[in-house]
Design a protein around this ligand. Structure first.
Ligand code: UD2
Ligand code: MN
Length: 287
């Protein structure tokens, strides 16, 4: 049986814990981005098992972790459709208790990916008692569902082998792409810096924060950790920012005062789609 009567909890029934290794994983996945997928196509494909807000939890066992999947976003709807199409079935097979939060930067000011991720952390916790936060680029799809979107004893970098980098980790401290931090790990480093405007550096700053707090990065092996990135050009209002390079020399000076404890923003709208929670925010971009 999968349901045990009346052990703990208030509902009268309590589920047994899901197994350590999810039983229905497929391993290597076939992923391709050539077709046009509308949001409605994706809803038809993965919607039936979801609740509003891109929410799911296994019904036959109790998920090991409560995971908020956070996607920093602006104007990449085509990518988002592919991402949702591939990720939802994977996350379901991984037996996670999860929701997807798309954190959408309002307006056309300079993009700030790290700030959007901090906002995702904060907004998600207003809804549910998540214990794990997975941060993902909207253009990265895993090529193997054994790459679990869960947290572990160490901060985890999931996208070790991306096709764009010929499936090789470009440098050992890389933490960009897809990463997973427990609530405790995230708070221990005061979250991400809010000060990285434009492209580049925010992931390296997080990597340094982790190291300054004595944490090491864990990764899947380079076969399990393969990813495909949707091809794209650099977005407008997200140019590489030379100041971000300078900022990386100051991580240790700023990390206690610049982060989740100094985060300012306003929520413009929270919209629940079947496939995701879409949070539009003003990040107070410099004029
Ligand atoms: C790399 C990193 C990425 C990030 C970035 C530097 C990997 C695999 N990826 O990606 O994590 O650290 O360098 O900042 O190492 N976005 C929008 N709209 C925009 C701009 C960005 O939605 O107008 C979001 C989207 O989720 C995107 C992510 O920000 O995937 C990163 O931006 P990118 O894809 O332009 O950066 P890229 O591919 O160089
Ligand atoms: Mn990209």
């Amino acid at each position: 049986p999968t349901v045990r009567p009346n052990l703990t909890g208030t509902s009268g029934i309590s589920l047994v814990s899901c197994p350590d290794v999810p039983p229905n994983l497929r391993g290597v996945l076939h992923v391709e981005f050539r077709t046009n997928r509308t949001l409605q196509d994706v809803r038809n494909h993965v919607g039936p098992l979801l609740q509003q807000g891109g929410r799911y939890r296994p019904t036959s066992c109790r998920a090991k972790q409560k995971v908020a999947v956070i996607v920093p976003f602006r104007n990449r709807f085509e990518h988002l459709n592919h991402w949702l199409y591939y990720l939802h079935p994977v996350l379901m097979r991984q037996q996670l208790d999860y929701s997807v939060y798309v954190i959408n930067q309002d307006g056309d000011g300079v993009f700030n990916k790290a700030k959007l991720m901090n906002i995702g952390f904060k907004e998600a916790l207003k809804e549910y008692d998540y214990d794990c936060f997975v941060f993902s680029d909207v253009d990265l799809v895993p090529l193997d569902d054994r790459n679990l979107y869960r947290c572990s004893d160490h901060p985890r970098h999931l996208s070790i082998a991306v096709d764009k980098f010929d499936f090789i980790l470009p440098y050992a401290t890389l933490f960009g792409g897809v990463s997973a931090l427990s609530k405790q790990q995230f708070l221990k480093v005061n979250g991400f810096s809010n000060a990285f405007w434009g492209w580049g550096g925010e992931d390296d700053d997080m990597s340094q924060r982790l190291s300054y707090r004595g944490m090491v990065i864990s990764r899947p092996d380079s076969v399990t950790g393969r990813y495909k990135m949707i091809k794209h050009r650099r977005d407008s209002h997200n140019d590489p920012n030379p100041k971000n390079v300078q900022k990386l020399t100051e991580t240790h000076l700023n990390m206690d005062t610049d982060g989740i404890n100094s985060l300012n923003y306003s929520v413009r709208e929270i919209r629940k789609d079947l496939l995701y929670t879409f949070v539009t925010v003003d990040v107070e971009a410099p004029a």
